[in-house]
Write a protein that binds this ligand. Structure first.
Ligand SMILES: [Zn+2]
Length: 248
């Protein structure tokens, strides 16, 4: 365990003039089923990273939530929240806010299509059992902000769990892979003795495993809302190469 350094931003490494805290998992992403005593991890972050990442979290939140099975306790209350962010079921909004939410709604409707079997989907995000194909829609999720949000979660987890700011030569590589396509080296990483699981209420699970011969080489599996599975590795940049396999 390294010394935690609360004087620098976990995301960009810059010294902090004044400390703001970034939620590793966005505050509004915790389902209603989360107990009050559940930890909501925060890490030191500069205002610039905090704002920029917050914007990306917002950009992907509604789209992700709309792809989650609303019957899951792991995601309770989130689909109503996503609807309200589009102005649906939200009352007492200022005209300006109502206009902003309407624009959000149109943007998301524009990204929505009837579901076509065989389309590349993010691991865990459907199609869900118990629905007919023609009842389903699919939503395009922009890859870059989603990847950035996933990376920031990993940097935050690594700071909380290991006291480490991930910085050069190390970087975070994100994999969105379906269970049956997970590379062997990732599967093996989580079978070692160093693998450690933390549950942050029903909404989030974090499994961290460090390589036994290189404790700075770390593998993560993060499960969001019992649904979206994110695999990540922290490795020297040149080892990451084009390991960043992505499905749509
Ligand atoms: Zn920063």
């Amino acid at each position: 365990m390294q010394e935690r350094d609360p004087t620098r931003c976990v995301h960009c490494g810059q010294p902090l003039a004044e400390e703001t805290r970034d939620h590793v998992f966005p505050k509004s992403w915790y389902p209603e089923t989360t107990a009050v005593e559940t930890q909501r991890w925060t890490v030191p972050s500069c205002g610039i990273c905090n704002n920029e990442l917050g914007r990306k979290e917002k950009e992907v939140f509604s789209r992700l939530v709309l792809c989650v099975d609303p019957r899951l306790a792991e995601a309770a209350g989130l689909s109503a929240k996503a609807m309200r962010s589009m102005g649906i079921g939200a009352e007492g909004l200022s005209p300006e806010e109502a206009k902003h939410r309407r624009a959000q709604k149109l943007k998301i409707i524009g990204a929505t299509r009837p579901y076509q079997a065989g389309t590349a989907t993010l691991p865990g995000l459907g199609p869900h059992p118990g629905f007919r194909d023609e009842e389903l829609i699919q939503i395009e999720i922009p890859a870059d902000p989603l990847r950035e949000v996933a990376k920031k979660m990993v940097r935050g987890c690594e700071y909380v769990l290991a006291g480490r700011i991930v910085e050069k030569p190390y970087d975070v590589g994100i994999y969105f892979v379906h269970e049956h396509e997970v590379p062997d080296q990732l599967v093996r990483a989580f079978q070692g003795p160093s693998a450690n699981t933390t549950h942050l209420g029903p909404g989030f699970s974090v499994i961290r495993a460090a390589a036994h011969d290189e404790p700075n080489a770390v593998t993560y599996k993060i499960i969001v809302w019992g649904t979206l599975v994110i695999y990540a590795v922290i490795l020297p940049e040149f080892d990451l190469g084009d390991s960043q396999l992505a499905t749509s």
